[in-house]
Write a protein of this length. Structure first.
Length: 224
């Protein structure tokens, strides 16, 4: 990302943060950088999520990196939750260069936790029995290290049994899930995943490339 564009984005971020106060975090991710695990190049009010310059991407940024979509749609006014339980109203805005390629992301995270408490207190007085309950969509905002652990937990849940009881096919399934969801884009993730599943780095890479039963059956169906 060009320095001039970054300075413009910093100016906008500072303006948004000043307008809405200390509960409003504004983050700029540089997706053109060579080390995407350190994608945050500027942040206002980082205390909201506990992040700082040099930290890695959140889940939604990692999804953008993996998808490689040419024209992703901005995601505006959705709810997220931080690891320490804060509820945020968030927006993700894709910044493009002159050719239309996404080179940066500006994320706005407004801590509405205290406002929700007030809303709950008021609604307990003003609500009536048949009032519809609103269901919240909550997406965890996590840094890149938390993301790897979260993905590992998801891979184990997908298999449905602890690592100690997994056979080779189970581990292949779990590791290919991790690969599909970008776990190995994270620096030194291979060492951690190999250790977690009790396999060597060589075996890890062979599992990434291995064909699953589903792949084999699909090929047999196609060839048949």
């Amino acid at each position: 990302m060009k320095a001039s564009k970054l300075e413009t984005l910093k100016q906008i971020a500072a303006g948004i943060a000043a307008q809405f106060g200390p509960q409003c975090e504004v983050v700029i991710h540089d997706l053109s950088a060579s080390k995407l695990e350190h994608s945050i190049v500027h942040i206002e009010n980082g205390h909201v999520t506990g992040r700082r310059v040099g930290d890695g991407p959140s889940k939604i940024v990692m999804e953008q990196i993996l998808s490689g979509q040419d024209s992703p749609q901005d995601q505006l006014a959705y709810l997220t939750r931080t690891p320490d339980g804060k509820i945020l109203k968030s927006s993700t805005i894709y910044i493009r260069n002159y050719s239309g390629k996404v080179t940066a992301i500006m994320a706005i995270n407004f801590d509405i936790s205290s406002l929700l408490m007030v809303e709950h207190a008021i609604s307990s007085i003003t609500s009536v029995p048949d009032r519809a309950n609103k269901r919240e969509e909550r997406i965890t905002v996590i840094n890149v290290n938390d993301l790897l652990e979260d993905l590992i937990e998801q891979s184990v849940a997908l298999v449905g049994k602890p690592v100690a009881l997994m056979n080779k096919e189970d581990k292949v399934k779990a590791i290919q899930f991790l690969n599909k969801h970008g776990a190995f884009l994270i620096i030194k993730s291979g060492d951690k995943v190999a250790k977690y599943f009790g396999i060597s780095k060589y075996t890890l890479y062979s599992y990434i490339d291995a064909k699953t039963d589903t792949d084999t059956k699909q090929e047999e169906k196609t060839n048949g």
